[in-house]
Design a protein around this ligand. Structure first.
Ligand SMILES: Nc1ncnc2c1ncn2[C@@H]1O[C@H](COP(=O)(O)OP(=O)(O)OP(=O)(O)O)[C@@H](O)[C@H]1O
Length: 479
């Protein structure tokens, strides 16, 4: 059980910009650095709040801080640093950012939800080890039985993370992925929440193999868009996601399309498992949107054998009843586990989310503080571009996409560039993976020309574009 407020030490008004804090084992330093408002001006060149691990151990969502390295947390970061052994941190806010922070300590590790999360991680590792042994045996025995098993070898643990809004689903998925990679595993992580976007812009659904370190300084804790190859050089190895373009904010905005896309993503994940033994053995972590019990219609395709419900006994009971007696296609039962929600996990309010979405789009084209990018302004005639639009209000039997001519309303929208051919059917284009994004700068109807910003210099060639319904154009990137 989580104990709200227990052991919390009220935020101290810093008397100087630098201070040192000490955390007992299983303590957390929770912090929030609001997005920058145009009225805020930092009084120094500091890009954000810096933290140095002076002694002990500390991690952000499972990824360890190196001793004595200085990490910069940027505006728009809301997170925590956790320590299992205790630590001393030096915090420096020379920029005068409106940092909100607090130290949270528990009387004993048993009272911290982190202990449950870590124990669950060890349970998954046991399952993974068993899957690795089976894979080894299969390789050694060229028997007919092996040939049969090889056709559908059983992967490592497959976890579906669900729970109410702001219950800490994404943070726990990140933590489990990071802890697994620390043990040398390469799990697949899938995101089915279009509001977030995994290693891509919000509005997308995707999956990626996590076999390398996550970026501690990324506001999204390693799931952000700067961790992809398109975003240029990176301090930590980049990941290659498989991404679909949903183009809407919430599942409810087009539930049928979401269901079809997640089923296809599950298909891609299965194929990845077939092709890559290490990934298969490491298993899968699926992050889901904050929906209630009734939504999970497409679960069979994911073949999950653990359903984790964070912070809702009611949802846990409902899922338990629904899945009782069900088996995966590998013949395994599906375990429904309830884990405590951390009282540090909070619902992100709309304004904050909108700023985070803007930041992701800006970073996609212009890079972050670590690597600046120079996008290319290009111009194309109406005849050179093939643009499809997702219907405004999807209805049963509605076309998945409609071909449209560029219009001035398209200005400042971000369009997805699809890995498909302009001659493919709308259905094929809709369910293709994303190559990247462009942002429309200007549409000149008289001259029939479109000016747009692209992260790469080449022409769009044969790639069709999709104009989604979200994220809306909040800002003029070319201003
Ligand atoms: N222990 C904690 N201390 C401080 N902040 C935390 C803690 N756990 C999670 N958070 C923060 O709370 C916010 C919500 O957490 P998270 O995104 O993991 O929840 P979620 O259930 O995935 O949300 P959603 O339902 O919106 O998808 C995030 O900013 C996250 O970094």
């Amino acid at each position: 059980m989580s104990i709200p407020g227990l052991g919390q030490i009220a935020p101290q008004a810093p008397t100087s910009t630098q201070r040192t804090i000490t955390l007992r084992p299983f303590g957390e330093w929770r912090f929030s650095i609001p997005h920058q408002h145009s009225t805020f001006s930092s009084n120094s060149s500091a890009a954000g709040v810096t933290v140095r691990l002076v002694s002990g151990t500390a991690e952000r969502d499972g990824t360890e801080l190196a001793p004595n390295s200085v990490y910069t947390f940027l505006p728009g970061t809301k997170s925590k640093l956790f320590t299992d052994q205790g630590c001393t941190l030096e915090i420096n806010n020379t920029g005068g950012y409106p940092l909100e922070d607090r130290v949270v300590e528990y009387p004993s590790p048993e009272q911290s939800p982190m202990l449950q999360y870590i124990n669950f991680h060890f349970g998954l590792q046991d399952f993974e080890r068993a899957a690795a042994v089976t894979a080894q045996q299969q390789q050694q025995h060229g028997s007919i039985r092996y040939q049969q098993m090889k056709a559908q070898p059983k992967p490592g643990p497959r976890v579906l993370m669900c729970g109410p809004r702001g219950s800490g689903k994404t943070s726990l998925v990140k933590t489990l992925a990071a802890l697994a990679t620390r043990m040398g595993s390469q799990p697949l992580v899938a995101n089915l929440n279009p509001t977030d976007g995994l290693l891509s812009l919000p509005g997308t659904l995707g999956a990626a193999v996590f076999g390398t370190l996550m970026d501690i300084e990324d506001p999204e804790g390693g799931f952000g868009v700067t961790n992809t190859p398109i975003s240029g050089p990176s301090a930590v190895p980049v990941k290659n996601p498989m991404t679909f373009y949903f183009g809407r904010e919430k599942v409810e905005d087009d539930a049928e399309m979401w269901k079809q896309m997640t089923e296809r993503l599950a298909g891609l994940v299965s194929r990845k498992f077939e092709r890559n033994r290490d990934v298969r053995v490491a298993g899968l972590l699926v992050d889901t949107p904050p929906l209630e019990e009734g939504w999970w219609r497409g679960r069979r395709g994911w073949r999950v054998n653990y359903v984790v419900v964070l912070g809702s006994a009611e949802l846990q009971r409902a899922m338990g009843t629904r899945l009782a007696g069900e088996k995966t296609s590998y013949g395994e039962p599906i375990a429904v586990l309830g884990l405590d929600k951390s009282d540090g996990a909070v619902e992100i309010e709309k304004g904050w989310r909108q700023k985070s979405t803007e930041t992701a789009i800006k970073e996609y084209f212009f890079g972050g503080i670590k690597a600046r990018l120079s996008p290319f302004t290009q111009s194309a005639s109406f005849d050179e571009l093939v643009v499809f639009k997702a219907p405004d209000e999807p209805y049963e039997g509605a076309p998945v996409l409609e071909r449209v001519e560029p219009t001035p309303e398209m200005a400042h929208w971000t369009l997805a560039v699809m890995i498909a051919s302009v001659t493919d059917s709308p259905q094929t284009i809709r369910f293709s993976s994303i190559l990247g994004f462009i942002v429309i700068a200007d549409v000149d109807v008289e001259r029939r020309r479109v000016k747009f910003l692209s992260p790469v210099s080449g022409r769009l060639g044969n790639h069709p574009l999709i104009w989604g319904r979200w994220p809306e154009p909040y800002l003029n990137l070319l201003a």
